[in-house]
Design a protein around this ligand. Structure first.
Ligand code: HEM
Length: 126
């Protein structure tokens, strides 16, 4: 049986697997590589802290996740198609690795944030 998300090493596993999928994905992979030209050695620890703060109460993330996505939206389409794809890969990764209350919480939070981001980004277009 799969375990629930319990500690930081689980978060690291989840985020690493998720980014493996993201980078292979033709819809959103290029946004990370060709548009944002991300330095993954810097980006991944931020994502570990973000999810550890969301799910384990770590309080190690202190950014504003909206800001970089609004900037990205000025450079490349960031709409329902992209957010749905992001969420599909995230949920797939959670389900592949974990099972339990925190795993469910991760998917719920990701869905809520993705919908909110999409809404804020595309507000004036609707
Ligand atoms: C279409 C969907 C998405 C794409 C293409 C995307 C892409 C990116 C990229 C390229 C960055 C790095 C920006 C930079 O540092 O220059 C970033 C940062 C980040 N993303 Fe996303 N993202 C998406 C959705 C989401 C969602 C739904 C969440 C949360 C559930 C999320 C959470 C974050 C966080 C926490 C950061 C770090 C912000 C910071 O530096 O403080 N992203 N994203």
């Amino acid at each position: 049986m799969k375990q629930d998300i319990r500690e930081r090493s689980d978060i690291i596993h989840l985020v690493d697997r998720f980014y493996d999928r993201v980078l292979k994905n033709p819809v959103i992979g290029p946004i990370f590589t060709d548009v944002a030209h991300l330095d993954f050695d810097k980006h991944l620890p931020v994502m570990y802290s973000f999810w550890a703060s969301q799910l384990l109460g770590e309080q190690s993330y202190s950014g504003n996740p909206m800001t970089p996505h609004l900037k990205l939206a000025a450079l490349t389409p960031m709409g329902e198609i992209q957010f749905n794809e992001w969420l599909r890969l995230f949920n797939q990764t959670v389900d592949e690795l974990f099972e339990g209350e925190r795993a469910e919480e991760a998917k719920t939070r990701a869905g809520n944030i993705a919908r909110l981001m999409n809404y804020k980004i595309n507000l004036e277009l609707k």
